[in-house]
Ligand binder design. Sequence first.
Ligand SMILES: Nc1ncnc2c1ncn2[C@@H]1O[C@H](COP(=O)(O)OP(=O)(O)OP(=O)(O)O)[C@@H](O)[C@H]1O
Ligand SMILES: [Mg+2]
Length: 207
Amino acid sequence: MPVVLVANPKGGSGKSTIATHIAGHFANQGHPVMLGDVDRQQSSRLWLSLRPPQVAPIRSWEAQGEGSVVRPPPGTTHAVLDTPAGLHGWRFKEVLALADKVVVPVQPSLFDIFATREFLDRLAERLSGKRVPRIGLVGMRVGLRTLAAERLREFAAQVEMPLVTELRETQNYVQVAAHGLTLFDLSPSRYERDMAQWAPLIEWLES
Ligand SMILES: Nc1ncnc2c1ncn2[C@@H]1O[C@H](COP(=O)(O)OP(=O)(O)OP(=O)(O)O)[C@@H](O)[C@H]1O
Ligand SMILES: [Mg+2]
């Protein structure tokens, strides 16, 4: 069962936006998909509560038990787990143990890159000698021909991680989130530029 974990301890890096969109993609492909949240703010759960009944369904995965993180029920074929800023310690260890793929959103700023580097170092420590999930970076709010984007690409090369795709800054994400939707729930022709940016990530997730 593929569990996609979306993580970066840096606040506001785009975790919930990416987690909801990955779930939205799977749902629109007709897969039974569960979206979980170990965030105390329960952003993804709130988003699910706004989701209209007529669009592709996404089930809630109550991953946050009182104690340990709860695995998705047996038979789940697609599960996505959103995580909060600052996740660390035993809870981070637990969610990591569930993950087949880890998507790390990172914004092209010095501070975000710095925090992400620390996170990746910790991740490598935690994973040494263990079953290793595939890790992919996703540039978030990236202006294509900017110096900041260049720095982000250099960073990915330095840490030897794939920069799977770069998503631009657009209010499209803000607008659809307010209605419990993803770009995948709406007409693809309306969001051609964004769909083209998502394509490599979808391919990576499905590979
Ligand atoms: N590519 C983008 N373009 C424009 N706005 C974006 C983009 N990605 C995310 N946002 C907006 O930025 C804000 C933060 O994004 P999001 O909630 O996904 O981050 P997060 O990493 O989940 O934050 P937290 O660490 O608080 O959980 C949200 O209002 C979201 O709509
Ligand atoms: Mg969030």
